[in-house]
Design a protein around this ligand. Structure first.
Ligand SMILES: *[C@@H]1O[C@H](CO)[C@@H](O)[C@H](O)[C@H]1NC(C)=O
Length: 182
């Protein structure tokens, strides 16, 4: 194997890490107890076709986040989709070094909070198994309506992740979301 000349290697590394650098990094100082509880999901963006609900199926989603034991997070996600309102419960484990939770057996390669003030937040989920991965970005809010600023932040992050054309803003119908109210 021939080693790449140093300037080329530096360029490759710079491009590879660009997405990470552009993303907000609030999750490093996140207080997970404070982030816990019930959230409405007001918008979803994904590069996987099957993850975006069809136009006639769109309703608010919901998530319930709970710190299980140190380093473990229980996350319930409810979405309305082709098969109606469905809730999934996941137990995620924290990475030893990074501020990311995962459960690779369940196909969750990463669950991280990119930005939050604990009233609203943007959550980045990476899904899939070896070779096949998908991005899923979620706009969380304690209330069933979004603020202009939180929607703008969500759209900005969609742009960074190249998901701008893959966004579903969910209409205000809480009938599915409320099935997972604690
Ligand atoms: C985290 O949030 C919880 C619940 O709001 C609070 O009781 C605790 O003091 C916070 N911890 C830190 C380190 O700020």
């Amino acid at each position: 194997m021939r080693l790449l000349p140093v300037p080329v290697l530096a360029l490759v590394l710079a491009v590879g890490s660009q997405e990470q650098e552009l993303l907000p990094r609030e999750s490093h100082s996140l207080n997970w107890s404070k982030f816990s509880g019930f959230w409405y999901i007001l918008a979803i963006a994904s590069d996987a076709r099957g993850l975006l609900p069809g136009r006639d199926k769109r309703k608010l989603g919901a998530s319930v986040v709970k710190v299980h034991t140190t380093g473990q997070l229980k996350v319930v996600l409810a979405f309305n989709g082709a098969r109606g309102c469905q809730a999934h419960s996941l137990m995620l484990r924290k990475d030893r070094k990074k501020a990311v939770f995962r459960n690779t057996l369940k196909g969750v390669r990463g669950f991280r909070v990119l930005s939050t003030d604990y009233h609203e937040g943007v959550v980045d989920m990476r899904l899939g198994r070896a070779g096949q991965t998908a991005k899923m970005l979620l706009l969380f809010s304690r209330q069933s309506t979004s603020s202009f600023l939180s929607m703008k932040k969500f759209m900005d992050i969609c742009e960074t992740l190249k998901l701008t054309n893959r966004v579903a803003v969910l209409p205000k119908d809480a009938s599915c979301a409320h099935t997972v109210l604690p």
